[in-house]
Design a protein around this ligand. Structure first.
Ligand code: PNS
Length: 161
């Protein structure tokens, strides 16, 4: 059985910080399934289909990476995908509390699934989807912060499409 991790998130949109986490994860896992959460509570800028498409386009040439949409519990997705672990990235200490709560909660839900953290590359510690959305919507340049595949989607969103 392939060592598999689920990398869950909202990916609204995927950033180079996320890509870095996946690349680090591939050193530890043979297969990474990116779980794109519907997450309507967050009122995402891009609908689920668009977020999933951006992730798939970004990893189109990476055979170890797949992407699926999900709207239930993360541990259920992990079972469906025969994953042994959940992969998350840590940027700064400020991420820790939320990540700690989530990892602990997921462990309560299923003791067998381990959450594994990798540290994002220093260049990306300040990158977040929220700031990407804000900067892009105000006409700022985010081309060095997101994969190239995301740029046309941001442009279309700015044009109200
Ligand atoms: O990119 P985000 O917004 O930090 O990702 C949050 C996400 C999708 C990982 C989280 O909201 C999640 O796991 N949602 C699925 C529902 C679930 O399993 N909740 C219990 C774990 S606390």
């Amino acid at each position: 059985m392939k060592r598999t991790a689920i990398y869950p998130g909202t990916f609204d949109p995927i950033t180079l910080g996320h890509v870095d986490v996946v690349q680090r994860g591939l050193k530890l896992f043979e297969r990474i399934v990116i779980g794109v959460a519907e997450n309507p509570g967050k009122g995402p800028m891009f609908d689920l289909e668009r977020r999933l498409a951006m992730v798939r386009e970004t990893f189109a040439n990476e055979p170890g990476v797949e992407a699926v949409a999900f709207n239930g519990l993360l541990v259920d997705l992990a079972h469906e995908q025969s994953a042994q672990a959940i992969l998350r990235g840590l940027r700064a200490a400020s991420d820790f509390e939320y990540e700690f709560q989530m990892a602990t909660m997921n462990r309560r839900l299923d003791e067998r699934i381990e959450t594994v953290f990798v540290m994002a590359r220093e260049d990306y510690t300040f990158v977040s989807s929220r700031f990407i959305r804000e900067i892009a919507s105000m006409g700022g340049d985010v081309s060095e912060l997101v994969p190239e595949t995301v740029l046309p989607h941001l442009k279309r969103a700015n044009q109200g499409e």
